[in-house]
Design a protein around this ligand. Structure first.
Ligand SMILES: [Zn+2]
Length: 278
């Protein structure tokens, strides 16, 4: 079965990981800009990072038949530095027309501070001005409900935002209902140590249905598992869910969400083969 990982940080992963993902059926992935594990010193560091995301990673992924897409922003952690954030925001449009860019992300909140909210709102302005989709990081653990609620209030308070073009990521049992009820897409992150296990994700699919719902590995430089989506597929099969439902959550839904972005020029592998043989 083919699948798409809509949230994974391949700059932190090895080429061996690309090979493993390809063997497991991953045909496309999207990589939001995020925190590198340390605060970057200048806008030039972000320019180089965006070049990596728009030039080098798509090339590396293509060697394994995986299509690489990306999202650009300054993450919530570094958004605490408002001056640097504004320099990055001003520079982002240089990259918005690169062929693999899907929109602005992952923006959001980390400690739910005033500076983070200020820069979150300025990212929304940028997305609206350039007609971009948005991918959102919600904070972890104790801050999650408060932070998610703050984010949803900022989004719903802005009549310019098309909710169908916003993916709110890292949802859990206590936040998924609000996200879906208010018309946004929701992403469940499968993490070995925090966030959500495959079993909990399948519980949520059973409870909320597959509409506007997808799952991701959020594989990065910390403890994480890039092959978490195949684990979810296995758990759904184990519970007897039909292949059509599995395909909807792990392939069709991310494609449907991404298709709203001009940068999503994606040919499914079965069609590629047909084109070659004719
Ligand atoms: Zn992430």
């Amino acid at each position: 079965m083919y699948y798409v990982d809509p949230h994974i940080h391949m700059v932190s992963r090895t080429t061996d990981d690309y090979e493993t993902l390809a063997k497991m059926g991953c045909v496309a992935l999207s990589e939001p800009a995020f925190w590198a594990g340390f605060d970057r010193g200048s806008v030039e560091s972000f320019r180089d990072y965006f070049r990596q995301l728009t030039e080098f990673e798509p090339t590396r992924a293509a060697q394994y038949g995986i299509q690489h897409f990306t999202w650009l922003c300054i993450n919530a952690k570094e958004a605490e530095n408002v001056e640097l954030s504004r320099e990055v925001l001003k520079m982002i449009p240089e990259f918005l027309n690169k062929p693999n860019v899907l929109g602005i992300g992952e923006i959001g909140l980390n400690k739910n501070t005033k500076n983070e909210s200020t820069i979150f709102l300025e990212h929304l302005d940028l997305a609206v001005a350039h007609d971009q989709s948005i991918l959102i990081h919600t904070p972890h653990l104790a801050d999650k409900y408060t932070g998610t609620r703050m984010i949803l209030d900022m989004l719903t308070g802005d009549s310019r935002i098309n909710r169908g073009r916003v993916l709110v990521d890292h949802v859990e049992e206590h936040t998924i209902g609000d996200v879906l009820d208010e018309g946004f897409w929701a992403g469940m992150t499968l993490y070995p140590v925090s966030k959500c296990t495959p079993a909990r994700a399948v519980d949520m699919i059973e409870k909320f249905g597959p509409e506007r719902l997808m799952a991701n590995s959020a594989g990065d430089w910390g403890p994480s598992k890039p092959t978490a989506i195949p684990d979810l597929i296995l758990e759904m099969r184990r519970r007897g869910h039909p292949e059509s439902l599995i395909r909807r959550v792990t392939y069709e839904n991310p494609c449907e969400f991404f298709e709203q972005s001009a940068g999503f020029q994606f040919t499914p592998p079965d069609l590629q083969r047909r084109e070659k043989s004719t």
